[in-house]
Write a protein that binds this ligand. Structure first.
Ligand code: GLV
Ligand code: MN
Ligand code: MN
Length: 409
């Protein structure tokens, strides 16, 4: 018989190819794309097979519920996301959903009912790889979504409102009183666990994030006839800004990071000096004040560069996510379950963003990290050992049991 951890990994692998990927090669699954819907259909079947009642909410999250001893009991949410970055690895997100399904399948197989219900959430928009926003669907659930944020369009001009009923979207919200806590298992996406020789770690908190879209406006011109001194080149200005952001982050503390992940030159051509360019800027640090000072410094430098090069500069803040500490009591439970499963408890901070940081506005949160090979993620070579997934499943099952005992006490 295939163990639950190995099956969770195998299911992520199965979801990494068409029709569950939008691209013929590699994995790209963006929010509300055909691949997203196909993946939901497959996961619906797996949730139902594990003994859950399944539905989709107004934000297009997929939810499976396993009732507790009493119908309508308070709920432990176990979740992660099923959207991906472009050319993604198979495990960033889906593994947490698959492990949640396996944890429920194990309970159902031995007919165990708890003093709480369990709902497995497959969130939709954690990465922000389609629309210029991120974590829309968990923000809807946590009730922290500002309606104006939904007014977004993708690169092809398709608006979120063309795909979903935006008036209904906030009805995905859950009430704080009905949710007991949130547990997310996720690959670490960094090298710490591997360096420690550990399969698992308890997350203490998630770094604060700021994301911007930057636009530059110069003058389009002929590449052969326009003297260098006469140019207002939107690509050269962008290049200088990218390096300025790197310089500021490099000079700061080790957990301060700044990334330009998308650069675009609309109507770019080899023989045209770019009249317009745009790029994204993502700034993170464990401490929001450090992050904010760095972002101010970077934007001040951008203004200086734009002024010197006579370029128009527009700056739009896409999101501002505060640092999110995990719940101390739930961290203790995860540590206890880790020790019970025969592993050394170990705590670490998350530089990556997760739906857990949004859910923290609704309920106490806990995150369990799994080692991934070389710490590599957001890359098709992302790899998780099935044995580590097995260990994670044992810890999640122990956590659920310990939480049940605490509720009964
Ligand atoms: C999600 O992967 C993020 O940290 O941006
Ligand atoms: Mn990711
Ligand atoms: Mn993720």
């Amino acid at each position: 018989m295939v163990s639950g951890g190995a099956r969770a990994v195998a299911r992520c692998d199965a979801l990494a190819v068409q029709p569950f990927s939008d691209s013929a090669e590699g994995l790209t699954r963006t929010y509300l794309s055909p691949a997203y819907h196909a993946a939901q259909e497959q996961i619906t079947a797996w949730m139902a097979e594990a003994g859950m009642t399944v539905w989709r909410d107004a934000a297009a999250n997929l939810i499976g519920r396993y009732e507790g001893r009493e119908p309508g009991a308070r709920t432990l949410v176990i979740g992660s996301h099923i959207d991906s970055v472009r050319n993604a690895g198979a495990y960033d997100g889906p593994l947490g959903v698959m492990l949640g399904i396996e944890a429920v399948a194990a309970l159902a197989a031995s007919d165990v009912r708890l003093p709480f219900a369990i709902e497995v959430y497959a969130f939709g928009d954690e990465e922000g790889s389609r629309f210029p926003a991120a974590m829309l669907t968990s923000r809807a659930v946590a009730g922290t979504l500002d309606h104006a944020t939904l007014d977004v369009a993708d690169r092809d001009g398709v608006r979120l409102g063309d795909l979903l009923d935006l008036a209904a979207y906030p009805s995905a919200r859950r009430e704080a009183g009905e949710i007991l806590g949130y547990l997310e298992a996720h690959i670490e996406q960094g090298p710490v666990l591997e360096a420690e020789g550990l399969a698992l770690g308890t997350v203490t908190g998630i770094a604060a994030q700021l994301r911007f879209e930057i636009g530059l406006c110069g003058t389009a011109g002929h590449a052969g006839t326009t003297a260098m001194a006469l140019r207002r080149d939107a690509v050269a200005g962008m290049a200088e800004m990218v390096l300025a952001a790197e310089e500021v982050a490099t000079a700061g503390p080790a957990d301060l990071v700044a990334t330009v992940g998308v650069v675009e030159v609309p109507s770019g051509a080899a023989n045209v000096i770019a009249g317009r360019s745009r790029f994204t800027l993502d700034v993170r640090a464990g401490d929001a004040a450090v992050r904010d000072r760095a972002a101010e410094d970077i934007l001040r430098r951008f203004r200086g560069i734009a002024g010197r090069r006579d370029l128009g500069l527009s700056v739009r803040q896409v999101h501002d996510l505060p640092a999110s500490p995990c719940d101390p009591a739930l961290m203790d439970l995860l540590d206890a379950a880790t020790a019970e499963a025969g592993h050394r408890p170990f705590r670490l901070v998350s530089g990556a963003g997760h739906d857990a940081m949004i859910m923290a506005a609704l309920c106490p949160t806990a995150m369990l990290f799994l080692r991934c090979r070389g710490g590599v993620s957001h890359n098709p070579v992302e790899h998780v050992e099935p044995a580590d997934a097995e260990a994670a499943l044992a810890v999640m099952s122990g956590f659920i049991r310990l939480l049940g005992a605490k509720c009964d006490a």
